[in-house]
Design a protein around this ligand. Structure first.
Ligand SMILES: [Zn+2]
Length: 448
């Protein structure tokens, strides 16, 4: 086999992803799927290299979106997700959607839970070159108790639906954790809090010994655990049980933060979904009356995330892409924007959350997420200065080059689209009830 031609990205301003200041007039040499050199003289004299002139551009690591649901296909409701999807079609459509992530500058992502347990298969298909997509780390399904997570009564009392595996006893929790690892899970996902009708917000739906049973079992098999925790107190319970990565951590208090610090856990607030609902939900008839609730949740949580960041807790960026409010390819940079605006991070600190810290979710620390010799050749060349304004990363037209595993991604092709597929959406007989008082008076009725 012939060696791939080296790529020299010459003369740009390098943001290396660690949070250190940008380096102007710096070059990056890529050999195969690795970074060979970074510096003012990198690649000097390498006449064999393909040169990308990055003068006036920013060169930075590819984004790592640590919270994507790549099999959900921009779903509008849990009913649609649980009852209107087909196994094979869902896999084929996911493969198409993975292209959108790459074309938006995402070169790595983590998917906590997948429809039809397909995460490990998709990951392996990407790694084998069968499907074009970013690097992927994945769970199998979310473990939920009979309370049912955020989907409530749509989740059955036992068994599997959509992304959820119901576990009702400690034995079953241990068994399913082992089974997910057997089938290739990079992460075990626990849905720690759930919604209950007639109760505001979410409640912790696991006992401490249940959380601990899953964490201990996963750790024995060298697999980390992430948990969805969206209530006061749940972050502390998860951290104390040994959860490695806490998603949302909404309403975390000081005791919760202490537990996170003691456990050495990481946090992924995933503000993007809430921020989109709060700021733009009205544009798509979503979240009516909920704007203030979500804004409040962001503000309460953001204060604690600032404290966590100051205390050295790694914050990860996740967009929750895969829902109609967070379609693939559109919002992968928004979390950085919220980290700057609401949490008070500098743009460079926010970029580190979406690159270097993302490596935690990939389980590839020291391999991806920064620009340094020996690291993976996952690189963006960007018009504009994200160190001054992270929102330049939200506009795909600012992405000049995306390199994934040492290979430039084709950004000139049309954005992937598809036609509707029969049966894939919830269908209603009517938008409301046809009560008799809706009949017009007899004299206005037409001839029979
Ligand atoms: Zn999620």
């Amino acid at each position: 086999m012939t060696e791939p031609t080296p790529i020299l990205i010459a003369g740009g301003t390098v943001i290396d992803g660690t949070g250190t200041p940008p380096q102007p007039n710096t070059s990056v040499l890529l050999e195969g799927d690795r970074i060979a050199d970074v510096g003012p003289d990198a690649g000097a004299g390498r006449s064999d290299a393909t040169v990308i002139d990055a003068t006036g551009c920013t060169v930075m690591p590819g984004l790592i979106d640590a919270h994507v649901h790549c099999t959900f296909d921009d779903v509008q409701s849990n009913d649609e997700l649980f009852f209107h999807r087909d196994h094979t079609l869902a896999a084929l459509i996911a493969a198409q959607n993975l292209q959108k992530l790459l074309m938006a500058g995402v070169t790595g992502f983590c998917d906590p839970d997948t429809l039809f347990s397909m995460g490990p298969s998709l990951r392996d298909a990407v790694d084998a070159g069968v499907v074009e997509g970013p690097r992927m780390a994945t769970g199998v399904q979310a473990l939920v108790t009979a309370v049912g997570g955020t989907a409530g009564r749509l989740v059955p009392d036992t068994g599997v639906v959509g992304y959820a595996q119901v576990v009702t006893t400690v034995d079953e929790m241990i068994q399913m954790t082992r089974r997910h690892i057997k089938y290739g899970a990079d992460w075990i996902k626990i849905h720690a809090t759930g919604s209950i009708p007639r109760h505001k917000g979410e409640l912790l739906a696991w006992k401490p010994e249940e959380l601990k049973a899953v964490c201990d079992t996963a750790h024995e098999l060298e697999t980390p655990v992430m948990a969805h925790a969206r209530s006061a107190g749940s972050t502390r319970a998860c951290a104390e049980a040994g959860v490695d990565l806490i998603l949302h951590a909404s309403f975390m208090d000081d005791a919760g933060l202490e537990a996170v610090i003691d456990a050495g856990a990481s946090l992924m607030p995933t503000f993007t979904f809430l921020a989109n609902l709060a700021d733009y939900g009205h544009l798509v008839d979503a979240g009516a009356g909920m704007q203030d609730v979500f804004r409040g949740e962001i503000e309460a949580t953001a204060k604690m995330m600032a404290k966590a960041h100051d205390a050295g807790v790694p914050l990860l960026c996740g967009s929750e892409s895969g829902f109609a409010l967070t379609p693939y390819g559109h919002w992968h940079a928004r979390e950085m924007e919220v980290l700057v605006e609401s949490v008070g991070l500098s743009p460079l600190q926010a970029i580190a959350c979406a690159t270097a810290n993302g490596a935690i979710a990939m389980r590839m620390e020291g391999e991806v997420g920064t620009l340094a010799p020996g690291m993976a050749a996952d690189v963006l060349v960007v018009h504009g200065d994200p160190a001054a304004d992270v929102t330049v990363l939200a506009d795909r037209s600012n992405l000049r080059t995306v390199i994934s595993r040492g290979q430039p991604v084709d950004l000139d092709r049309p954005w992937p689209t598809r036609s509707p597929i029969p049966g894939e959406k919830v269908a209603n007989w009517a938008a409301s009830s046809l009560t008799s008082d809706l009949q017009p008076p007899a004299d206005l009725q037409g001839p029979h």
